[in-house]
Design a protein around this ligand. Structure first.
Ligand code: TMP
Length: 238
């Protein structure tokens, strides 16, 4: 099946989405635009779109092999991928293995505390409200998802953590935390959607603790492009 790009359906902060000749498939086109602080900080990370496209596709295929259903269909070009058309569940799922970012600031602890068990948190995917944190009772009250969907999303998210932690460990990278989004296909199946990349994961060099992710952009640390390339090289040997 060859997929033809038709109309632009949506433009997000990091990606554009197009309809195709197949009503169940859309094309995602990754941009180099980078935002932080919910869009308040804007910039460009040269080559990011290519890296995030390829990394996401690679990692989604690793996950598929381990039994995690994803939206991935096929990579079309450096920046474009065909994915199953889904309705995004408006929950951002964050898994943390080590304290960092908002966990550290919210609870007043240092970054780098290794947890005995990973944590999960949900936020309501809503830019106008700055993606507020909520628990699963709130999500059900707001009809963002059903109990069964949240149970499945929770189970899949911890499974994804297990698979990705082991995968990154093998290439000398510590998976600190990450954000996932799930979608529902036209036949009602919940699948992993969105991306898995240095934009959405905290990735630290296992030996030196050097940050190899978007925190370099968020915190104006420099070396952003090099960090993304280093992750690409470690994961894909390219
Ligand atoms: P946080 O510490 O800022 O809550 O971020 C936790 C992880 O989730 C981190 O790896 C970055 C990722 N993340 C996103 O991908 N998008 C977001 O909007 C937020 C807030 C975090």
């Amino acid at each position: 099946m060859t997929y033809e790009k038709k109309e632009q359906m949506y433009e997000g902060k990091a990606k554009k989405v197009y309809t195709t000749n197949d009503p169940d498939v859309v094309i995602v086109d990754y941009k180099d635009d980078a935002t932080a602080l919910n869009g308040k900080k804007k910039g460009t990370i040269v080559g990011k779109g290519v890296i995030n496209n390829k990394l996401t596709n690679y990692l989604m295929q690793v996950l598929e092999k381990q039994g995690v259903p994803t939206h991935f269909v096929s990579e079309l070009s450096d920046r474009e991928t065909a994915v199953k058309k889904v309705t995004i569940v408006p929950l951002e799922v964050i898994i943390r293995n080590i304290s960092a970012g908002h966990f550290a600031s919210r609870y007043g602890v240092d970054e780098g505390i290794v947890f005995a068990h990973p944590t999960i948190e949900f936020s309501y995917k809503c830019d106008e409200l700055d993606d507020p944190l909520l628990n699963h009772y709130h999500a059900i009250a707001l009809k963002l998802a059903t109990q069964e969907e949240i149970d499945l999303i929770t189970e899949l998210s911890f499974k994804i953590d297990e698979v990705l932690c082991a995968f990154f460990k093998d290439v000398g990278v510590t998976l600190v935390d990450f954000k996932l989004e799930f979608g529902k296909t036209s036949d009602g199946k919940i699948v992993l959607a969105d991306e898995i990349s240095p934009d959405t994961c905290r990735l630290w060099d296992a030996k030196t603790g050097e940050k190899l992710d978007k925190d370099r952009f968020r915190r104006d640390m420099g070396g952003v492009e090099d960090a993304y390339q280093e992750i690409m090289r470690r994961v894909m040997g390219a």
